[in-house]
Design a protein around this ligand. Structure first.
Ligand code: FAD
Length: 278
């Protein structure tokens, strides 16, 4: 049934379906596989309205939280006005001992992108406990401090610092602005400057909302499911996909987990129907 919405169960245990034309229908299937999604980008359909329906049947659901999302930074001016949308390429991003190499994008609200998404579970947990948390950015992960200091020291002393960073190290205008962010005076000592390039602190002040997150953490508690992905308290009702309490990075891992749990739950349905007498 397309253009139909599941509204919950009737008193007799049938599924109550609302059709697009307003018609209500009751369906009593042999088994039900719920694949209703998580809570991110609700305008695409996954509104998590099912949470109340399952809660009314005493199914524990871990509250949803944004995952694979952007983070807020109170940029002081130039980064927001001149560099919003600019990528920070070939960088490395470190938080809580985990380093991810890749790319991020400066936005008007802060920072997002593949490398940030990969760190999002750790960053989110830190921001749950603190008002601020600091992400470290290495703008030149290919090179160590000694190499960078040497390149900086060998440059023409007459050229501006920005030119020096652009020519000697190939840093982009956005990367150079990140170094100067918050009116930071750049060190004249080549080694001190090299150390800053290898570890630029970026204070994060918040997380973007679920409505803007690529995926959601949280969902049906695993303890509610048996090995066949059937809800223990609702025999015959299975669940799969982002409804379940897991999170994964982008790059196909989310879809892979959705397909894998969908396949496993379908196998569970098959097993149930095969061994249940008609
Ligand atoms: C912008 C964006 C980019 C993404 N990029 C990637 C990526 O690069 N790689 C990757 O692996 N993953 C990516 N994902 C995540 C991936 O799309 C999701 O993890 C996946 O689609 C979740 O699958 P699902 O079947 O669990 O839920 P969904 O795809 O959300 O499907 C659930 C469906 O159930 C419907 N529904 C909900 N409630 C009801 C109801 N009561 N009655 C009837 N229907 C209902 C919804 O309308 C929806 O169609 C991205 C997601 C977004 C939003």
């Amino acid at each position: 049934m397309t253009r139909a919405q599941w509204l919950g169960w009737t008193g007799e245990g049938a599924l109550l379906i609302a059709h697009g034309d307003g018609r209500l229908e009751e369906v009593k299937p042999d088994a039900t596989l719920l694949g209703l999604g998580g809570a991110s980008w609700p305008r695409l359909g996954s509104s998590a309205a099912w949470v109340d329906l399952l809660a009314s049947r005493h199914i524990a659901v871990t509250p949803f939280a944004p995952s694979n999302c952007g983070f807020n930074v109170e940029w002081s001016g130039i980064l927001r006005t001149r560099h919003a949308g600019a990528p920070l390429k070939h960088a490395a991003f470190t938080f809580a001992g985990r380093t991810v190499r890749g790319e991020a994008v400066v936005t008007d609200y802060g920072i997002e992108g593949g490398a940030i998404y990969a760190l999002s579970p750790l960053l989110r947990r830190s921001l749950e406990d603190h008002d601020k948390t600091t992400l470290m950015v290495d703008l030149s992960p290919e090179h160590d401090v000694a190499y960078l200091a040497n390149r900086i020291a060998r440059q023409d002393k007459g050229s501006s610092l920005s030119n020096l960073l652009r020519k000697a190290l190939g840093l982009s205008p956005a990367a150079i602005s990140l170094l100067r962010e918050g009116d930071r005076d750049l060190p004249h000592d080549p080694e001190a400057l090299a150390r800053l390039i290898k570890a630029v602190p970026v204070p994060l002040t918040g997380i973007q909302p679920l409505t803007r997150a690529i995926s959601s953490a949280g969902g049906i508690d695993w303890a509610e499911l048996d090995a066949r992905f059937m809800l223990k308290k609702l025999p015959g009702v299975f669940a799969a996909g982002e409804m379940l309490d897991w999170e994964a990075p982008t790059g196909g891992y989310l879809l892979q987990a959705v397909f894998a749990t969908g396949w496993a739950a379908a196998k569970g349905v098959e097993a149930l129907l095969r061994f249940t007498p008609p």
